[in-house]
Ligand binder design. Structure first.
Ligand code: HEM
Length: 331
């Protein structure tokens, strides 16, 4: 928070307009690198030259590789790849930058010979069966998992709050109570227990993810012939996709008011209730459920609480949503 708050304070003093999504992405990127590999790329507020180059390359690689699915004539993509031209060339360059960044992290970890419990990556390194390529994939998947997800949720959350002053008031009321109980002033950081007690804020963030899930669609390939619980047969090799964004807007799952941003739908006697992960699929479900779920909630609540109680955020071009997103939802 020591990096984020000064940037927001400066903008508040000068009444400047900030690109929130960009700031939150940088912040999340620095956070995930620090947590998972004990590396500080300094993308927010620091020098950040290396981190910024990597972040750009990471974004390019993600956009360009998903663009491969959109070729009207798939053979054209293969030809571009073979000739190393156009988007395929840019993709190759971006992947090289991403690999170099990840390899540097692993190399410095190996040189420092850090304790195996020092951070997440050290635990994977301690297992000698893990190849350098596997470790590189671990670094990349942690960054992918932790960078866009929390920043996208918080961007939509701020956007949703801008049309719901009553929800913001309820959050402030809850934060005020927690501060009073702990004898704290605005600006003091929250403990884990205090973050856990933020049940209304938890519900509001969950509700934002129901409407704007950071992973809006997910696909899997069927390993063996199988039958789904409803009797649908799926053959080995078939692709199965589930659409979390659409599921969040289905009356059959979330009742008639499913398109409304209503944190109260999650609350039971003031406590944010759990529902089956197969119903609220935002973090996936089953054995491959998100490993960073609790960490993500803790981070998002801590960031949201610090921002909301310190600043009044006015969203410009509200009708455009976040990064030109959904305009049809009723708020
Ligand atoms: C709002 C925040 C987040 C959301 C909505 C989210 C969502 C998801 C989803 C949907 C998956 C399953 C992907 C798949 O199998 O296709 C996943 C996996 C994963 N997530 Fe998250 N995630 C979030 C934050 C984080 C954070 C902060 C971390 C840790 C830094 C993290 C670490 C992981 C890991 C390691 C996996 C892979 C689990 C496995 O395959 O066994 N996630 N996440």
């Amino acid at each position: 928070m020591t990096r984020l708050v000064p940037i927001l304070s400066k903008a508040a003093e000068t009444a400047s307009v900030l690109n929130f999504q960009d700031i939150l992405e940088r912040f999340a990127f620095d956070n995930v690198c620090k947590l998972a590999f004990n590396v500080d790329p300094g993308c927010l507020g620091g020098d950040g030259t290396v981190g910024a180059k990597f972040m750009r390359a990471f974004g390019d690689a993600a956009t360009l590789s998903s663009g491969r699915f959109l070729y009207a004539i798939p053979i054209l993509g293969k030809l571009k790849k073979f000739l190393n031209i156009g988007s395929e060339r840019r993709l190759r360059d971006a992947i090289r930058t991403v690999h170099e960044f990840a390899d540097d992290i692993i190399r410095s970890r190996l040189e420092q010979k850090v304790d195996k419990d020092a951070d997440l990556l050290s635990r994977f390194i301690a297992n000698e069966a893990n190849s350098p390529e596997f470790l590189r994939d671990i670094v990349i998947s942690f960054i992918l998992a932790g960078r866009d997800t929390t920043s996208s949720t918080l961007s939509w959350f701020i956007w949703l709050l801008s049309s719901k002053p009553d929800v913001e008031r309820n959050i402030l009321k809850e934060l005020g109570k927690i501060r009073a109980h702990g004898g704290k002033n605005c600006g003091d950081s929250y403990t884990f227990d205090e973050l856990r007690d933020m049940q209304y804020l938890h519900a509001a963030i969950k509700e934002a993810m129901r409407l704007y899930p950071p992973v809006p669609i997910d696909t899997k390939v069927c390993l063996n012939d199988d039958i789904m619980p409803d009797g649908t047969f799926v053959k080995k090799g078939w692709i199965v996709a589930y659409h979390t964004y659409a599921m969040g807007r289905m009356e059959g799952i979330w009742e008639k008011n499913c398109r409304e941003f209503l944190p109260e739908r999650w609350l039971e006697n003031g406590v944010c209730r759990q529902v089956s992960p197969y119903k609220f699929l935002v973090f996936h479900a089953g054995p491959r459920i998100c490993l960073g779920k609790e960490l993500a909630y803790t981070q998002m609540k801590s960031i949201a609480a610090s921002m909301i109680e310190r600043f009044e955020i006015e969203v410009v071009n509200k009708d455009k949503g976040v990064a030109g997103g959904d305009k049809n939802s009723e708020q």
